[in-house]
Ligand binder design. Structure first.
Ligand code: 6PG
Length: 246
């Protein structure tokens, strides 16, 4: 089954984030209407500053039956929950604390183990269990892209890209973007999605977005190319600056 790819370019970042909020709330609510529940994976970075506050406010907040949504994270920085770099913390502060999601339906990456490998095993199990409870698929996976082309914590040419296909989570050490130790879902996990939505804003992303979307490419150099959810939808929502080289 092919992937249905849609690329949308918005004049301004504000329009991009409004459109992303509309798309995500529509996709979550469609899942709830069709299957009675929804499963989402959130990324960190600029989404916590620009997208999540929108989803937490009117009108999007009211358009999602949050008590029927389960929340996972696409990746996490291996720092404690109270560290300002922690994506779960930032997502709570900007979104989850402001919507009626059920606390027991939010699954932060357990960054309190001494060894990140222990946390990765739990992350894998939680992801597998949630996917099984949701017909084998995420309803929505939200991803960003870095200027170097990384997405979630899958960095170009990093050994973590060679994770065996049956693993849903991986430990990433020596990440070029700080903090250096991270956990990430794998392409196998991301490809179990009904919809993957990439969001990119700003001139610094232009080359990475063009490398991801044009030409034959190379999945080791552009890990976003590993994410092709068969039979699902793949959206790239970018502003004019990030889409300048398309
Ligand atoms: O740890 C993180 O920051 C994210 O999970 C990461 O994958 C992010 O989505 C990209 O690095 C893009 O980040 P920006 O949107 O902040 O540029």
């Amino acid at each position: 089954m092919p992937v249905q790819r849609t690329i949308r370019v918005y004049d301004r970042a504000e329009e991009l984030y409004q459109a992303a909020a509309a798309l995500v709330s529509e996709q979550l609510q469609t899942a709830i209407n069709e299957r009675g529940r929804a499963l989402v994976a959130f990324s960190g970075g600029s989404l916590t500053a620009y997208l999540y506050p929108l989803l937490a406010g009117t009108p999007w907040r009211e358009q999602i039956d949050w008590p029927l949504v389960s929340v996972l994270f696409a990746d996490e920085r291996y720092v404690p929950f109270d560290d300002a770099e922690n994506t779960y913390r930032a997502t709570r502060q900007t979104l989850l604390d402001h919507v009626p999601v059920q606390a027991e339906q939010v699954f932060p990456v357990p960054t309190y183990y001494r060894e990140p490998e222990q946390a990765a095993a739990i992350y894998h199990q939680q992801t597998a269990a949630l996917l099984a409870a949701h017909g084998g698929k995420f309803d929505v996976v939200l991803l960003g892209i870095g200027p170097d082309g990384h997405t979630a914590s899958l960095f170009p040419h990093h050994p973590a890209l060679a994770t065996p296909a049956d693993k849903l989570a991986v430990v990433v050490r020596d990440a070029p973007k700080p903090p250096p130790v991270r956990l990430s879902l794998t392409p196998t996990a991301f490809n179990a999605a009904r919809s993957v939505v990439f969001i990119a804003s700003g001139e610094s992303k232009a080359a990475a977005v063009a490398a991801a979307l044009t030409g034959p490419g190379n999945p080791h150099a552009q890990p976003t190319r590993l994410i092709q959810p068969e039979g699902g939808s793949l959206y790239w929502l970018v502003d004019r600056a990030a889409g300048r080289l398309l």
